[in-house]
Design a protein around this ligand. Structure first.
Ligand SMILES: [Cu+2]
Length: 218
């Protein structure tokens, strides 16, 4: 009898620990470089922001499941950052971009950031899937571009289809595209609906050397 009781106790302790690990996963996800700064992001993302928003269910469940699994079993091979998951084995990353996430810059933001403030870094030669959704009130689009003047994607396939780039996709809609990162350098994540980028609707996309760990900094 006492042993059963004890086992139950151990089990619940283990469960509690697992939950802790899961929670930690989000903040520990930012390896080395981003790690130092990530507590503030993970604080927002893990507890605050996501729970309150409409996109919640999808985002938080995805994040939690992945971070738990990835971190306990494979350590540095896979990671969960705010807005991005990745695999250093597969050389893949999935970036979530929510246009009009909040009222920052009058809604002209991705994930709440604009004017280059969010800096997403991915190594060269990686396959990146952009999981784009529009939670704003206006149509929005997204492309990875070379500069403020670019009207075409910097890498093949690094944008919504041409027909949607300047028209944008309607509020409430989502779309995804996948591309491979090319030459290391600094690029933009930009909305090509006329007027939006100049009003601040762009963030920074960096392609790093091959052995740098991905990061999202805000
Ligand atoms: Cu826009």
């Amino acid at each position: 009898m006492p042993s059963t009781k004890r086992r139950l106790k151990l089990l619940s302790a283990a469960a509690g620990f697992a939950v802790l690990l899961g929670g930690c996963g989000l903040s520990a996800g930012g390896p080395a470089g981003g790690g130092a700064r990530s507590p503030s992001h993970s604080g927002t993302h893990a507890s605050g922001t996501h729970k309150g928003t409409t996109g919640t269910a999808k985002h938080s469940s995805k994040g939690t499941a992945k971070s738990g699994g990835a971190h306990t079993s494979t350590g540095a091979a896979a990671g969960t950052l705010p807005w991005m998951t990745y695999s250093t084995y597969a050389h893949t990353a999935t970036l979530k971009l929510v246009a009009g996430y909040n009222s920052e810059l009058g809604g002209l933001n991705y994930n709440g950031y604009g004017r280059g403030k969010m800096v997403v870094s991915v190594p060269t030669g990686w396959k990146v899937t952009v999981d784009f959704s529009n939670q704003g009130r206006l149509p929005h689009s997204v492309a990875i571009t070379h500069s403020a003047r670019s009207t075409a994607p910097a890498f093949p396939g690094a944008a919504l289809p041409p027909s949607e780039l300047t028209a944008g996709i309607a509020p409430g809609r989502s779309a995804a595209f996948t591309f491979t990162t090319g030459t290391p350098g600094t690029y933009r994540i930009a909305c090509l609906v006329p007027g939006h980028q100049s009003a601040g609707m762009w963030d920074t996309f960096m392609v790093t050397g091959p052995s740098v760990t991905p990061s999202v900094k805000t």
